[in-house]
Design a protein around this ligand. Sequence first.
Ligand SMILES: [Zn+2]
Length: 373
Amino acid sequence: MARFVRRMPADFDPTARGWRVGELSGVEVRVDPSLLLIAALVTFSLAAGVLPREVPRTNGVFYWLFGAIAALIFILSILWHEMAHALMAIRYRIPVKRIVLHLFGGVAFIARDPERPAHEFWIAILGPLSSLALAFTFGALGQLPDLVGAVCRWLALINLTLAIFNLLPGFPLDGGRVLRAVLWHFGGSYRKATRQASRVGQAMAGLFVIFAALLFFNGFLFNALWFVLIAGFLYSTASLSYRMSLGGLPSAAPLFRVLRHNVPLIDARLPLALLVWRYLDHAPDQAFPVFQNGMLVGMITAEQVERVPRLEWGRVRVGEVMLPLNAFPILFLTEPLESAKAQLDAYNVDHAPVFAGDQFVGMVNRRDIVYRT
Ligand SMILES: [Zn+2]
């Protein structure tokens, strides 16, 4: 468990996670270890399900070989999608530092929002369009015989799914950015457009939760959990964008400068194993806010997890070991840095959640505050 206590350098960049695999047109490409799980899942589901059904009576080795090839091309398809965003951004002179491929797909870290709606529109829509182009190409290749054709048909379907999912109009999905660009173009206000597109994003998250519930009651536990995670991500990002678009906040809010606002919200019922695998391993020095029924109920860090024997991580849930609400301060965005530091000292903790009104907006940690006081 020593991996949790390793120290991060002061200039630690949280987006620089995973393994660096190379550079493409000046954009660094990284692969998160969680991608291996996806590769294994795809290979397995093709080799043990899809391929034997589509092309029966073939040597079993070929099912696995073609399953693995399909998994590799699938990952390259995600890179292709993100690369389309990145190249379009670079065309508009917006720097793109890196692309990280992970469990939920990929992220292109584009330095800032475009200054014109048309730029935003093209950067956002090029991703889904390029996935669509791949879907048609693989669809055409699906005419090929045997395993090659079967793999191409599967790749066509998965790229089509990727395109459609990303085109859903809720911000921060690609479709939400397209929506914002359109609203921005016709309404003239970037902030108002962000607000409207974020609201649609929140609604989309709600639909995902309903969908997750349907999956849950039909026995698809893992898929349901997956959709809840995506809904949580979507909702928190959309809500934050909404908050920030209300304006006036950043300059009047000292803590804003040190806020980590892309923090995942952890459900109190999440087993520790999932917390470690999905979040803690990527950010061993961070604390995560724990929510239940939309309310903050606690905070969890590596320290609490380490007290639980590793064999129990699958059974014990976050809510059972987290720091309860009375064990850490709750800060407000308007809090001066000195007072935030004093409160961390008083509770003897290194992290605290930050609110703007009754809305959770992110986390701060001692290191970031100390460097600025
Ligand atoms: Zn995209």
